[in-house]
Design a protein around this ligand. Structure first.
Ligand code: GLU
Length: 416
């Protein structure tokens, strides 16, 4: 059975609504998205043939501020997945107390099959198609799975050309040269690191001695792997879409990053000490900290009982389903939820947006200091509620996030 992420996101709302005794009208309101736009993206390929791609942009809630959320390029993207991701952005921004709402976008395409120019045309046409529902005070996109600073630069340029002036604040995660922020690229990984450090402290664990397994070796997985490797942790296994590598004495992360940053797959890496491992088996391999940092719905009812770690740190959005969440909690595994754990990205996106609007740029020290402050404040709030009510960290995080949204809805009222 393929799990529908939108159904998962709605189920999570039901769980927290019950715990909080939320007004049923608010529950109903939160389960629908404000608007979803489906666009068709015709592209003339380099060989002269025409290909049509489908793209989406969804606003879940702008009740606390303009929509915010990434754009992913993936052949598996569906409208329901984008809706779920937009919902999770609402909770993430609210939990971190950023004055932003939740949005998300996606294009159903495998970008690895496109040339550089085809990718540019696709991005620019997608940006033109969604131009009326994005903007610095409407909805501000950012990178997500398979999108990066170059793609944000094309979106910023397309938007700016149409408006007749440069509008850097329309997207975040841009190159630094055109209004991007220092520290944005590693921000999600940095945030994961701060939260994990704080969790280890609560549990009386020494971070350096933790054995780590990471699924995903892109911007999020790669950065947290590098940070923990530098800290001295043993990284037992990492993976990308080609599969994973395992070594009980710890992988040499610096060499693997060098390899993948040149465009190679982990599966093609040669070191006879390393054992090949599938993405599925990697999740159930024994470790202290398991970091799913790829896609949603990977820890599910079927494999949750086989997870052998102390902490699951959600680098990806939605990697653990509600059923699996319950099973992990009963096993005494601490799941640090996505909306808290991977919030570092959107947090520095917010700093980038503020810097663009003010046209005044901060130094890296300030970025990292303020990022750490926001991440740790959210972590402490979540941890305290989870202890007070004896509930898992996700439900605790949702209570905080949903309460703020519910309050904003109450204050603003339902129009008209
Ligand atoms: N795509 C990232 C996320 O899921 C970042 C979003 C943003 O910076 O707006 O949190």
């Amino acid at each position: 059975m393929v799990l529908n992420p939108f159904e998962v996101a709605k189920k999570q709302i039901d769980i927290v609504a019950e715990e909080m005794e939320l007004d049923p009208n608010v529950t109903k309101y939160l389960k629908r998205v404000e608007r979803s736009l489906i666009v068709s993206i015709p592209i003339v390929m380099d060989d002269g043939t025409l290909e049509i791609f489908e793209g989406y942009r969804v606003h879940h809630s702008t009740v606390r501020g303009p929509g915010k959320g990434g754009i992913r390029f993936s052949p598996e993207v569906t409208l329901d997945e984008v809706k779920a991701l937009a919902i999770w952005m609402t909770w993430k921004c609210s939990l971190l107390n950023l004055p932003l709402g939740g949005a998300k976008g996606g294009v159903c395409v495998d970008p690895r099959k496109l040339s550089f120019r085809e990718l540019e045309r696709l991005t620019r046409r997608y940006a033109s198609e969604i131009i009326n529902i994005i903007g610095p005070d409407i909805d501000i996109p950012a990178p997500d799975v398979n999108t990066n600073a170059q793609i944000m630069a094309w979106i910023m340029d397309t938007y700016s050309m149409n408006k007749g002036r440069s509008v850097p604040g329309v997207v975040t995660g841009k190159p630094i040269e055109i209004g991007g922020s220092v520290g944005r690229e590693p921000a999600t990984g940095m945030g994961l690191y701060y939260v994990l450090e704080a969790m280890c402290e609560k549990l009386g664990l020494d971070l350096k001695t933790q054995k780590i397994i990471i699924q995903g070796f892109g911007n999020v997985g790669g950065t947290i792997a590098e940070l923990l490797y530098k800290e001295g942790c043993k990284i037992l296994a990492v993976s990308d879409i080609s599969g994973g590598l395992y070594y009980s004495d710890g992988l040499e992360i610096d060499k693997l990053l060098d390899w993948t940053q040149k465009g190679n797959y982990l599966n093609d890496y040669k070191d006879n000490r390393y054992k090949k491992i599938t993405n599925y088996d990697l999740l159930t391999t024994e470790c202290d900290v398991l970091i799913p940092a790829a896609l949603e719905n990977v820890i599910i009812q079927k494999n949750a009982n086989d997870i052998k770690c102390k902490i699951v740190l959600e680098g990806a959005n939605g990697p653990v389903t509600p059923e699996a969440d319950k099973m992990l909690f009963e096993k005494g595994i601490h799941v640090i939820p996505d909306i808290l754990a991977n919030g570092g990205g959107v947090c520095v996106s917010y700093f980038e947006y503020v810097q663009d609007i003010r046209a005044y740029f901060w130094e890296l020290d300030r970025i990292n200091k303020e990022l750490k402050k926001i991440m740790l404040r959210a972590f402490e709030e979540v941890y305290e509620i989870s202890k007070e009510r004896n509930i898992n960290l996700r439900t605790a995080a949702y209570i905080i996030a949903v309460s703020r949204i519910a309050k904003a809805i109450e204050l603003r009222g339902i129009f008209p």
